[in-house]
Every structure is written in C-alpha cells, then in structure tokens.
Design a protein around this ligand. Structure first.
Ligand code: FES
Ligand code: FE2
Length: 317
C-alpha cells in the first residue's frame, strides 16, 4: 500500500474488529488489524469488550494466545503477569510490589452489534462517536453478515458511493425516473442521498431512494426508508495491514407484519448488495490511485470528497 497510495493505510477513526455475538465474558481472541497484533477479550465482571496491544511488556508473549481473563483484566500465559481492565500491571506472581508497567489499552465502543476500536496516529482521544442505529432492536431482523478481504484502501471504498459515473458500467444500474443526488459533508460524516434504479435482479428494475452516512473512514450506513420498508446495510471497513482491508456487509430490516415478505425482501437485498460489492472488487484490486484525476461533470464530487477525507490523516488539517 505504501507505494500504491500516497497516504497511510490506517486513517484516524473507529474501526470494527469483531461482533458482539461472537465474544462472551471470559473469551480471549488474538487479532491482527491496523498493522498490529492485538488481543480482544470480554471482562467477566462488567462484561465490557477490551482491546490491548498483544505482546506482554515482560518478555513479549502474545496475550491472545493462551491468556486468561481475570475479572475485567487478563493474565499473560507465559509468567502469569496480571493486567487489570485498564491495562495496568496489577500482579506479578511471587512479587509483593509490582513494577510500574502496563499493556496498552485501546478505546473501545460496542454498538450496532459490533465492536470498534479507536485508532489515532498521534494517540489523541476520540473526537466523534460511532452513530447508533436500530435502537428498537427487537423490531428489526437479526443481522445477516458477509465478510471480505480486499486489496484496497478504505478511502477508495467510500469514494465508490459518490462515484456515480460507475453505477451503470459496473453495477448494471439504469437512470432513475427522478434523478436525485445530494452530497453533504458534516464533520466526520459524508451524507449522500440518491435515487438508484437497480436492474441486477429484474429487467424492469426497481427504484430506491437511499441515504448513505459515513462515520469517519471505517463505517458507512446505507438506509432505505420507503414506507413500509425500512432497511439498513451497515458496512464496516478495517485496514488489516498495508495491503488488505476487511469489509463487513451487515444487513437488517424492520420486520413487516408479513414474515414471509420480510424474509424474501431481506434475501433479495442481501443478494443485490453482495453482487454489487463483488462487481467492484476486481476494479479496486487492480486500480492505481490518481492524485490528479481527469474529472468531468458526469463524475460525482470526487475532489471534494478527497479534501474532506484528508481530516483523517495526521497532516490533514
Ligand atoms: S511474557 Fe508475559 S508474563 Fe512474562
Ligand atoms: Fe460500486
């Protein structure tokens, strides 16, 4: 990635590193995201998810490989050093005074059925929050999730939302009856409202009005709100290393009175979303990043988008 893009692989922001369902109290999981080795675990007392740097400050064992949750902290598998829930060294077996040491604890936010960490190149605290969706969770269908690993930068992924001139070439979309395309930039969010005519699953096509809201560089929520249909495609994108990004497509819709209709619409949306996503993959994996692209009036606001995205890089202001 270092040679492919003129900016770092991991911008500043919240990035998804797991799902709430997959982590019970006492669970410990080794992870590799954002170019780092990490350990994810859930406290037994407060039930909160925690992420620490993986390697023990003592002799470097990986806390995620054999480490054990103790209360809200974790004990190292190698010599039993115990860290509390903040990462502070709380106990060294056989010593009554512990040295001042600790494991680096990351800021974690658990929302929308997923676990996020805050990454900031300069170590600053979060300056925006993960936007919450589906707060009346019981009236929504359980998440359907698909995960992909793609050789692409997160900046290119979200640029796709406003790159409207690729919709017909890549996604078989036709021009909607009523054209609507509105892009706003508000702090850490870009909000795109647009009408789309999807022809991938039926020749006549169907038209939808979508609102896509980004939350920093790692999260995009695509909402369709057309009474009585209320659908949410929640996209998480996390740099793994300098080359690869993990992308999660998570879909949920408000339950309709008719259960069979809910199921068939969910199925159809899942099919369309994953098809459209995989249509982009070969383009993303083989493209280069043009710092000075030739833009025309049929392209979306690519230059404006890139200026907005700069806020997530260390020298962006
Ligand atoms: S390496 Fe962790 S306690 Fe020794
Ligand atoms: Fe696309």
């Amino acid at each position: 990635m270092a040679t492919r893009y003129p900016f770092p692989a991991a911008p500043n922001g919240w990035f998804c590193i797991g799902s709430t369902d997959a982590l019970s109290p006492g669970d410990v999981t080794p992870l590799h995201y954002l170019g780092r080795d990490l350990v994810l675990f859930r406290g037994e007392d407060d039930g909160a998810a925690r992420v620490f740097d993986a390697h023990c400050p003592h002799l470097g064992a990986h806390l995620g490989v054999g480490g054990r949750v103790c209360g809200d902290g974790i004990a190292c598998p190698f010599h039993g050093w115990r860290f509390d829930g903040t990462g502070r060294l709380a106990e060294v077996p056989g010593l009554d005074r512990t040295p001042r040491a600790g494991a680096r604890a990351w800021d974690v936010c658990e929302r929308n059925g997923r676990i996020f960490v805050w990454h900031h190149a300069g170590g600053a605290v979060p300056d925006f929050e993960v936007i919450a969706y589906r707060e009346d969770e019981a009236s929504w269908t359980p998440w359907r999730s698909n995960t992909y690993e793609v050789r692409v930068h997160v900046q290119d992924l979200t640029e796709n939302i406003i790159d409207r001139s690729h919709f017909s070439a890549v996604h078989d979309m036709a021009a909607p009856e009523v054209a609507h395309f509105d892009v706003r930039f508000e702090g850490a969010s870009m909000i795109v409202e647009q009408s789309l005519k999807v022809t991938a699953v039926s020749e006549a096509g169907f038209e939808v009005r979508t609102t896509s809201t980004t939350c920093g560089p790692g999260i995009v929520a695509v909402e369709v709100d057309q009474d009585p249909i209320n659908m949410l495609t929640y996209i998480t994108q996390t740099p793994i290393d300098d080359e690869l990004t993990e992308i999660g497509l998570h879909f949920s819709m408000r339950r309709l009175a008719d259960e069979a209709a809910t199921e068939s619409i969910s199925e159809l949306n899942d099919q369309v979303t994953n098809l459209q996503f995989t249509q982009d993959v070969p383009i993303w994996e083989h493209k280069v990043y043009r710092e000075r692209p030739i833009l025309t009036k049929v392209d979306g606001p690519v230059a404006q988008y890139r200026r907005w995205f700069r806020q997530f890089y260390p020298d962006g202001n």
